[in-house]
Design a protein. Structure first.
Length: 397
């Protein structure tokens, strides 16, 4: 008999699946200093940022998993993703060399890509339009509890164990979610079966990217995520090295994530009341104004604003970056009901590819935060420009 869990349980489960990606970064961020020491990297080395960047490069493989999801279903992909996630987490933890770790982190991101595609497709199968945007915002508000707690929990676990245990721990959550997912029924419509031939896959991607709205929102997400991924890769080093306050990192990161979580709940209400697109325009406008002010402050202070001024601006800017990203994703997937898996993977691959651009920003963060501020401002400008203009309605229609 087909099992169909309720909306609340589905939102909680999918948010925890999505949170595995965040946990693969945020939980072990407090251990980056120990990792630099273990592998003989300099204390100010930017090489540790590759631990995050390579993970995101692995997630670009989402384009593979959309057709797989539409061909074989959401659940086989979801459960295979859990297994690979757990295995690559353990491999990363006990890597004999830094290069081996980066390879395992790539596979870890590859597994997270499978989980991201299948979870988004499951939500898209069950919900449409503004309701999908509302559900995604609620899922993200729960998802953001992980970045709130993960750095603090990671730091606590690091205090009583080693960085290897910190890296291996997310595999436990993957196993728990695998067992929980046994309650799910397959959600892929039977009419959605895609043949795994290059021509068919190419046509499916062509269909997705030929949609003007989907393509523009995906491009906007690319730039939003480029700025956000640079923050994730380098925040620990900026706090610890530039501001000489390494102990502040987990608390600052938790506070920023808490603000983003609150705004996700507010966003869900605004989407219900005003619609997804007006809410996306508003959140992106706030992101633009805040990032331009932060850039001016950064330049005016020689590239290193007072610590708490910088943290305040970054908290607001990155919270609205996250909200805009969720709204852009919902708007990109709205027209894609018949190609939910392919659309999810095409959109996700384009978005995550922004991490490659973000890694370029990472390398510029030597002794001041102006590269961050510049990247945030440019990503906001481009996101605003890429929001599709309302279609004109002729007088005869």
């Amino acid at each position: 008999m087909e099992r169909r869990i309720g909306t609340r349980e589905l939102v909680l489960m999918m948010s925890m699946v999505m949170a595995l990606s965040a946990m693969a970064i945020d939980f072990m961020a407090p251990a980056f200093g120990d990792i630099r020491a273990h592998f003989g990297l300099g204390s100010g080395s930017t090489a540790a940022a590759l631990i995050v960047t390579v993970f995101f490069v692995g997630e670009i493989s989402q384009f593979v998993f959309g057709p797989v999801s539409d061909r074989f279903g959401r659940l086989p992909l979801l459960r295979a993703g859990f297994a690979l996630y757990a295995a690559s987490a353990v491999a990363s933890a006990f890597a004999p060399t830094f290069g081996f770790m980066l390879g395992a982190r790539f596979l870890w991101g590859f597994a997270a890509a499978a989980l991201q595609v299948s979870s988004r497709a499951i939500i898209r199968d069950r919900f449409e339009g503004d309701e999908m945007a509302r559900v995604m915002s609620l899922a993200m508000s729960i998802f953001l509890i992980v970045p709130i707690m993960a750095p603090l929990a990671g730091a606590a676990l690091l205090a009583i164990s080693s960085w290897q245990i910190v890296f291996a721990f997310p595999s436990v959550l993957a196993v728990v979610l695998f067992v929980w997912s046994l309650r799910l029924a397959e959600s892929r419509p039977e009419s959605n079966i895609v043949q795994l031939r290059l021509g068919a896959i190419g046509r499916a991607f062509g269909y997705v990217l030929s949609n003007r709205a989907t393509a523009r929102y995906a491009a906007g997400s690319f730039f939003l995520f480029a700025a956000f991924s640079s923050f994730l890769s380098s925040f620990e080093r900026v706090i610890g090295e530039m501001y000489s306050r390494p102990s502040l990192f987990p608390f600052a990161f938790a506070g920023m994530s808490a603000l983003a979580s609150v705004l996700m709940v507010v966003n869900a209400r605004l989407v219900t009341r005003f619609g997804t697109k007006p809410t996306a325009v508003g959140s992106t406008a706030v992101y633009l104004v805040g990032s331009l002010i932060y850039l001016a402050v950064s330049v005016g202070t020689g590239g290193l604003p007072p610590l708490y001024v910088s943290l305040g601006f970054l908290a607001v800017i990155l919270a609205f970056n996250s909200v805009s990203g969720v709204n852009f994703g919902s708007l990109a997937l709205q027209p894609m009901g018949e190609q939910a898996g392919v659309a999810s993977s095409a959109y996700g691959s384009i978005q995550i590819a922004g991490a490659v651009l973000g890694s370029v920003v990472d390398r510029q963060l030597v002794d001041n935060v102006t590269p961050w501020a510049t990247a945030l401002a440019f990503s906001a400008i481009l996101a605003v420009v890429l929001i599709p203009a309302p279609r004109r309605v002729s007088a005869d229609s």
